[in-house]
Design a protein. Structure first.
Length: 282
């Protein structure tokens, strides 16, 4: 399979919740636009005029205050009787808006038909003017209807394009949430462990035979240290004095009856025993 096809499949697996939710949301928005009832909006304008010239700032401030009274019961009581609705119903159909730099109040009315919307806006505007002018001596301002409401030509809601866009946006949000939840679920799943290869059965443990202790070595004879080495026998350098031999008188020769004259003779040799003693001493 080629790489582009793999990429396409990967994108489909990842983004299919969004791809499915967006068209569904757009279809839901279009269906709402077709099924829902049309709604019209009409607007009436009320001007706050100061009684003394040059007090435009005071008029602007009173316009801000009276604009907040559009949805109050004391204003809606008279308008509800004129339109045939209750104050609660009328409060949901009207809305007041003021400008921060102009003494003007904008009153918007809503209805299923264009004429009902204009009638509601005009009724609330007239009721507000009547309520505010009862205290004009104290406030030094008067309210007048500047422009009555006109019946609109087209409904405000539903708007086909707007409803389809809102539905598609809701689909994007819903699909993204599903995709994130799906990712977390996949990440939380434990990974299946691959069975390891069967290991051979472990051999039964064999009783270990204690090894024979090595025979004690015979203590070797201590080597003589340098200090303890016996010195070789000293050779005798000086000859010990030989015991002086006692002079032995020459053996007297027995005269054979004749007086033979004795001549000079060599000294007799020492006996054998004396020679052996002298050799051992050496």
């Amino acid at each position: 399979m080629t790489t582009p096809r793999r990429s396409a499949r990967r994108l489909v697996r990842r983004w299919w919740p969004v791809a499915l939710a967006v068209p569904l949301g757009a279809a839901a928005g279009a269906g709402y636009a077709v099924v829902s009832h049309p709604s019209y909006t009409a607007t009436a304008y009320v001007l706050v005029a100061p009684q003394n010239p040059g007090e435009s700032t005071t008029a602007t401030n009173f316009a801000q205050a009276y604009g907040r009274l559009v949805g109050q019961p004391q204003v809606l009581a008279a308008a509800a009787a004129e339109t045939g609705r209750t104050r609660v119903q009328l409060a949901a159909l009207v809305h007041g808006t003021t400008s921060p730099d102009a003494p003007m109040i904008e009153i918007s009315g809503t209805g299923r038909r264009a004429r009902d919307a204009a009638r509601t806006a005009d009724a609330v505007a007239e009721s507000l003017v009547a309520f505010a002018n009862t205290s004009s001596k104290d406030t030094n301002v008067r309210l007048v209807t500047l422009a009555p409401a006109a019946a609109p030509d087209r409904p405000t809601t539903p708007s086909g394009k707007l409803d389809v866009a809102v539905g598609a946006a809701a689909g994007v949000l819903l699909g993204s949430l599903v995709m994130m939840t799906r990712r977390r679920g996949l990440a939380a799943e434990p990974v299946a462990e691959v069975p390891a290869a069967s290991e051979p059965a472990a051999a039964e443990p064999v009783a270990e035979v204690p090894a024979a202790e090595p025979a004690a070595e015979a203590p070797s004879a201590p080597e003589p240290s340098g200090a303890e080495t016996p010195a070789p026998p000293r050779q005798r350098t000086e000859e010990q004095p030989v015991e002086a031999k006692e002079p032995q008188e020459p053996r007297a020769e027995a005269d054979s009856g004749t007086g033979a004259g004795t001549g000079p003779e060599s000294s007799p040799e020492p006996p054998v025993k004396e020679k052996a003693a002298a050799g051992s001493e050496r």
